[in-house]
Ligand binder design. Structure first.
Ligand SMILES: Cc1cc2nc3c(=O)[nH]c(=O)nc-3n(C[C@H](O)[C@H](O)[C@H](O)COP(=O)(O)OP(=O)(O)OC[C@H]3O[C@@H](n4cnc5c(N)ncnc54)[C@H](O)[C@@H]3O)c2cc1C
Length: 388
């Protein structure tokens, strides 16, 4: 293959957005590779029985970033979608994140009213309170509620999902599980919430559809890097893998997905049902809701969290914690020493728990602040923060 200006490793959000920017804004040639047999990274979806199935678990697009929303809207039309989640708590399905309706469903009426009043007076209606913060409250009703939610909704789920106690995880993970002082039962409250109308894979096809971009699938970085001449690299795979685990292996969490097609009425009433306490799996998703196809047979995807082993399963989640920070810092220092030749970005390249909009924002920022100035001869230095 002829020489390329850029080799981009990974055809997920990070790699595809950077490829699009480099090709269209800098007119440079890009080879995008992925070791998987498809584009779109973890957001990959495919058609089956009238549905778009998310192969790597439910992916719901949500963002407060007008910039990311506008950028991606250049490559897809959207279908509005508000994701709803119920959790199985004490034998009842109640809204998750835990909210006022969850309280009303689980406790006797007078007790529920008192708990709701106390919560509203203390924090204000419409506020989100991280569960670990609620546990530090002095009021006995709030402490009771905090302990209840902690034990019945949070602790078991966290132990299953991460294989760790909540306290040992970074606040960037635990802050994702609030008590919501509201009756809003949407899982997200972002300004923009939607699914790509033709699916994520179609969105990626449009991102990558440019004469200066070539895509190679089932292609491993090590093989391509030595056989295809290129000037610079963007690596969106695991940063520790890139450096051959020189400083030691960073921890990741993996998942096993089990799917089955049911006949109505066996589908779920909402997109996802969480099981914080019972069973070995964490949640089941009914793809009909995500796919906007209520009349087809329910396709249920069950997620079993697993420990991660190199070469055995996928590193889906970095596990940010105080214990992993020093190791990550060593890898980031190694990455800095390659500055200008190899850039790291994305959920695995940055080892950060990004959502899709954050991965997209990170790619746009990397392009604007580092890559474009480098190519046009005005290279600044320093790491780039994400602001989706
Ligand atoms: C179960 C699950 C559910 C999620 N749900 C949501 C959600 O609802 N909403 C949301 O916003 N986000 C969600 N996310 C997060 C979302 O998947 C990420 O934000 C997004 O995928 C990040 O994109 P990326 O390009 O950084 O990484 P990825 O999508 O992981 O892409 C990286 C690509 O690099 C390839 N690669 C790695 N190493 C190599 C190598 N050596 N050679 C060749 N190729 C390589 C991989 O095969 C992969 O395709 C979810 C994630 C998971 C795991």
């Amino acid at each position: 293959m002829s020489r390329r200006d850029w080799l981009i490793v990974g055809a997920g959000f990070t790699g595809a957005v950077l490829a699009e920017r480099i090709a269209t804004q800098l007119d440079q040639s890009v080879l995008v590779i992925d070791r998987r047999g498809h584009i779109a990274g973890n957001a990959y979806d495919y058609p089956e029985n009238g549905l778009l199935v998310h192969r790597y678990g439910p992916h719901i697009f949500h963002t407060n970033s007008e910039r990311v929303w506008r950028y991606l809207s250049g490559f897809t039309e959207w279908r509005p979608y508000f994701h709803k989640v119920l959790g199985m708590v004490d034998g009842r399905l109640v809204p998750v994140p835990f909210n006022i309706d969850s309280i009303l469903a689980l406790f006797p009426p007078r007790m529920a009213d008192r708990l709701c009043d106390t919560l509203i007076q203390r924090f204000g209606f419409g506020q989100k309170v991280p569960i670990l913060k609620l546990r530090t409250e002095a009021d006995p009703d709030l402490r009771f509620l905090a302990d209840y939610v902690y034990e019945k909704v949070f602790e078991g789920y966290t132990l299953k999902q991460w294989g760790m106690r909540p306290e040992d995880l970074s606040a960037s993970v635990t802050a994702r599980v609030p008590v919501f002082v509201s009756r809003d039962d949407r899982y997200f409250q972002d300004r923009y919430q939607a699914m790509p109308r033709a699916g994520y894979t179609a969105l990626f096809e449009r991102l990558l559809d440019h004469p200066r971009i070539r895509v190679e699938l089932n292609a491993e970085y090590r093989d391509v890097a030595s056989s295809v001449p290129h000037d610079r690299t963007v690596f969106t795979g695991p940063i520790d893998e890139f450096f051959d685990y020189t400083h030691g292996a960073l921890p990741y969490r993996s998942l096993r997905f089990e799917r089955r097609v049911e006949k109505p009425p066996c589908g779920l009433p909402v997109g996802t049902v969480n099981y914080p306490n019972e069973f070995d799996f964490t949640r089941i998703t009914d793809q009909r809701h995500l796919g906007g196809a209520p009349d087809v047979d329910p396709l249920l995807i069950t997620e079993y969290p697993e420990s991660y082993s190199v070469g055995v399963n996928e590193p889906y989640y970095p596990i940010p914690s105080t214990a992993t920070t020093p190791l990550l810092e060593r890898y980031l220092a190694s990455a800095d020493s390659l500055d200008g030749r190899v850039f790291f970005a994305g959920r695995l390249g940055d080892y950060a728990y990004y959502n899709m909009d954050q991965a997209c924002a990170r790619a746009l920022a990397l392009f604007e602040k580092r890559i474009a100035p480098l190519v046009t001869g005005q290279a600044p230095s320093g790491r780039i923060a994400v602001s989706a």
